[in-house]
Design a protein around this ligand. Structure first.
Ligand code: PMV
Length: 315
């Protein structure tokens, strides 16, 4: 048996605006999808979802993964898959991409194939394309390579020498509201069309925010990063990507001392992220968790997909 883990991601800046050619900035985080594979008969078992039935929606991702691995290795792939993911589903954290990347990595290792990380990313992106509507590739890139990623119009730039300021903690709050990225993207674009003369300036501003944010990361300016997050949230709000529950979480985070907060990903539910001084973060998590929210401190993952030891208790 071979096991691999791949990280989740949060979008720090630029979601939605990226759809019309503006840049976005994402970071891989230390929440992982763990996938183990062994010779078998294409059974897929998930700790969270149980055995995935032949025609279930979630199962389609694994069929697409098997197909990609078969094409790449030129061999018939008969594996059993064990998934144990700590990444909430349909929340904007890239859970499906992390599972696909970890599964492809573990499968290629088990089959003894020669491959690069880039092969893993490409195969996972192809598998994602088969099951999701026009994925940008941000999630698969971050799950594969880790770290910070600048994305603009099909160009992926891994900011390998960049680190988030050491005094900074990213607090992630899962609103628990599942939503469809496709529906929100469509409605945001429709608002853009109706309000284009004004909206194009909003998009322009959002693009500048990403550039300013990268400069702030380079300078270690946590305060400015927080402020830019709030401006970004306001712009997303104006395009209809927020919701009452998301705004309430943003206010709750600010009241607890956040430097800034915003929706992350498609919005109208999913996750909200807040930036805090590291020293304050644990207390914030305790307070929010006591009010029933699923909340955690995310550390950046700079390593991406990797093999882990398999033990019988893991799967
Ligand atoms: O919520 P997620 O992780 O599916 O992110 C969606 C990001 C959007 O910019 C809204 C859409 C996209 O394809 O980039």
């Amino acid at each position: 048996m071979k096991c691999s883990i791949a990280p989740a991601k949060v979008l720090l800046f630029g979601e939605h605006f990226v759809v019309k050619g503006k840049p976005a900035l994402g970071v891989a985080i230390n929440k992982y999808a763990r996938v183990c594979v062994k010779e078998g008969s294409r059974r897929v078992y998930s700790t969270q979802l149980g055995v995935l039935g032949e025609s279930s929606q979630q199962r389609a991702l694994f069929d697409a993964v098997f197909e990609q691995v078969e094409r790449f290795t030129g061999r018939r792939v008969d594996l059993d898959v064990y998934v144990d993911s700590e990444i909430p589903i349909a929340s904007g954290l890239g859970s499906s991409a992390a599972v696909a990347v970890a599964c492809i990595h573990a499968s290629l290792v088990l089959l003894g194939a020669e491959f690069t990380r880039e092969d893993v990313r490409r195969l996972a992106h192809e598998a994602e394309k088969a099951v999701h509507y026009r994925p940008s590739g941000v999630d698969t890139t971050l799950a594969t390579h880790g770290g910070l990623l600048y994305y603009k119009q099909g160009e992926f730039r891994l900011l390998s020498d960049l680190r988030l300021p050491g005094d900074l903690a990213i607090v992630v709050v899962d609103t628990g509201v599942k939503r469809s990225t496709g529906v929100i993207v469509k409605e945001v674009l429709e608002r853009y069309e109706r309000c284009e003369r004004a909206a194009k300036h909003i998009y322009e501003a959002a693009g500048e925010i990403v550039e300013l944010a990268i400069e702030a990361v380079k300078r270690g300016d946590s305060r400015l990063l927080g402020e830019l997050m709030l401006v970004n949230h306001g712009l997303l709000w104006s395009m209809g990507a927020s919701s009452r529950v998301c705004d309430e979480v943003v206010y709750a985070l600010l009241e607890l001392g956040a430097l800034g907060a915003k929706i992350s990903g498609a919005g109208r539910g999913g996750v909200v992220v807040g930036l805090f001084n590291k020293s304050a973060a644990d207390q914030v998590v305790t307070k929010l968790a006591s009010s029933g929210l699923n909340v955690f401190v995310a550390e950046p993952d700079y390593a991406g997909v990797r093999s882990i030891e398999s033990t019988s208790t893991q799967c």
